[in-house]
Design a protein around this ligand. Sequence first.
Ligand code: 76R
Length: 258
Amino acid sequence: MHLFYQIDHSQWQCLSQEEKRSAKTRMTELVQEIRSTPDTHLLTFAIATPKADLGFMLLTPDLQVANAFEKRLTLSLGPDILNACYSYLSQTEGSEYTTTTEQYIEETLLGEKGLSRDTPEFDAALKEFEDRMAHYLKHRLYPVLPDWPAICFYPMSKRRSGNDNWYSLDYKARRELMAGHARVGRTYSGRILQLITGSTGLDEYEWGVTLLAKDTIDIKHIVYEMRFDEVSARYAEFGDFYIGMQLPLDELFRRVCL
Ligand code: 76R
């Protein structure tokens, strides 16, 4: 869940110093409780513009748990203090375009690299691929996100109109297009950490895109460069963009003037 809130400062002003302190303690304790829940992560961030004041990204395997945490987060500073202004629900997922071991053997090891089966080079290259993919798939399904300062979220869909209907392309054509996309993406390794979560049937768009970076310039660069890639240029539709800065909770309170 990506959750975005605006703070009602006129309601907050009505609280006494004591009430404000205990409200912040309540939220701090809840954040600690969420973060100590198994397989659960919570990112906290301030939003860069008045589109929202603060945001949370909550990752947890059970929607019942996510739902309960989200209701409590919304009320944690007291009624009417946090007003949800945008939210997004999506699930981590593997990709249908991820290279399979069979594809890698046929296309890359036997094809491109010209290796032969049952040679030490073949075995080593295959093992390297399998280790890399195991790590990569684990990250896609059970991501642990770094505390990099810049976080960008936007939802997107693949276009379904006239001649530009992603869903009427056959699998091979889609896979080739996605391979071009991934080639661009990989050049940002170490600068951009991307998490694509699926939301078809769960929310307005088909995917949530979460990008973490050390510097917003890398976010601007990757999103710009991908606009030229056919997958985005021809087939992508985007929702609103949110830019946040990850902060520990005590700093976040100061940043948003609570
Ligand atoms: O197998 C893999 O997961 C790696 C290849 C890969 C897939 C399948 C990949 C790599 N992406 C995949 C799928 Mn991506 N991605 C986006 C956006 O703003 C835009 O134009 C698009 C938003 C960015 C910035 C981005 C970055 N990707 C997807 C999908 C699902 C499509 C489907 O299933 O139909 C979407 C919607 C999507 C969108 N992508 C990468 C990146 C980056 C940085 C990489 C390289 C990741 C790495 O190698 O670690």
